[in-house]
Ligand binder design. Structure first.
Ligand SMILES: [Zn+2]
Length: 136
């Protein structure tokens, strides 16, 4: 098992351990009502949604979806976004990244070197106060 998959499973198991009191009641093949601490959550496995919002936002099973998957003996990995899978991570870093040369070796055009950049969170300055600037 590779490291990414192992870390993902650890995260999912940690979620599972936090919510041991969850009860799952199937409504249809894909729709389930999950009772977690007196609150009901609706989980749709087909659309990969839960009313808590975490399943569709994180694209990882939330504790309620995890409880449904566990009750149906389904693999949670199949309900995770491919962005979390090791193949996607490897593809992300597949493009070579070259380090910048030493700053003294940079070839910066004069008009760019003279440009001043203001801090994006610049506040209104008091009279006589100087704005901090950064030069390349
Ligand atoms: Zn949920």
């Amino acid at each position: 098992m590779n490291t990414v998959k192992y870390m993902l499973l650890l995260r999912l198991y940690a979620r599972d351990n936090d919510y041991n009191g969850i009860q799952v009641v199937p409504s249809t093949e894909y729709l389930h009502i999950v009772n977690d601490g007196g609150r009901n959550y609706t989980v749709c496995l087909l659309e990969r949604k839960c009313v808590c919002g975490r399943f569709q936002i994180d694209e990882l099973p939330c504790p309620h979806a995890w409880a449904v998957l566990k009750s149906k003996f389904l693999m949670p990995e199949e309900y995770c976004s491919s962005y979390y899978k090791s193949s996607a991570i490897v593809m992300t870093y597949d493009v070579p990244v070259y380090p910048l040369p030493d700053k003294n070796d940079w070839n910066i055009p004069e008009h760019v070197a003279e440009m001043l950049y203001y801090h994006p969170n610049g506040k209104d300055l008091l009279e006589g106060q100087r704005r901090s600037t950064t030069k390349i």
